[in-house]
Design a protein around this ligand. Sequence first.
Ligand code: COA
Length: 150
Amino acid sequence: MVTIRSMDLEDTVEVYKLGKVAFIDENKDKESFAYSYWSLSAVVNFVENYIDLTFVAEDNDEIVGFVLGHPTYEKMELGYLEWVAVKSTHRKLGVAIKLIDAIQQAFVARGLNSIVTDIKQDNIASLSLFEKKFGFKVIESINFLKKDLS
Ligand SMILES: CC(C)(COP(=O)(O)OP(=O)(O)OC[C@H]1O[C@@H](n2cnc3c(N)ncnc32)[C@H](O)[C@@H]1OP(=O)(O)O)[C@@H](O)C(=O)NCCC(=O)NCCS
C-alpha cells in the first residue's frame, strides 16, 4: 500500500533519481528546457529550507513519488508547488492525488491562502490532474526565449 510521509535528507538521492527519470529522461525527445534544471542540490535545498513542504510516497519502503513546494511572493501568501512526480510503475493509482492533498494541507498549516504551479502545455496528464481533480485554473502563459551566443 502506498503511504505518504514527510521527506528527510536521506531521501534526497532517491528523489533526485526518480525525478531525473520523470523530468529529464522521459522528455529527452522533446529537449525540454522547462524540465532541464532538475538537480540534487535543488532537492536538498527544499528539504533544508522547507521540510514541512516536502513529501514522499512510499510503497514497501520504496519511494515511488514525491512533491516539493515552497512559500513564495512575500505579501501574496502563495504556496508554490514546484515539482511532483510518480514512478511510472505506480502511475494512475491516485498517488499524485495523495501527494498534492498532503502539500495543500501543509500550505494551509503555514497560513498560505492560495497555491500556484506551472505546467507545460503538452503535459496532458499533469494538466488534467491539476485542473480536473483539484480545480486549478490557468492564470497566465509565458514563453521561454533563447538566443545562440556562439
Ligand atoms: C503527472 C503525474 C504526477 C500524475 O501522477 P499519477 O499518480 O499517475 O496521478 P493520479 O493517479 O493521482 O491521477 C489523478 C488524475 O490525474 C490525471 N492523469 C494522470 N495521469 C494521466 C494521463 N496519463 N493522462 C491523462 N490524465 C492523467 C487524471 O485526471 C487522473 O484522474 P483519473 O484517474 O480519474 O483519470 C505523473 O504522470 C508523472 O509523474 N508525470 C511525470 C512528471 C511530471 O510531469 N510532473 C508534473 C510537472 S512538475
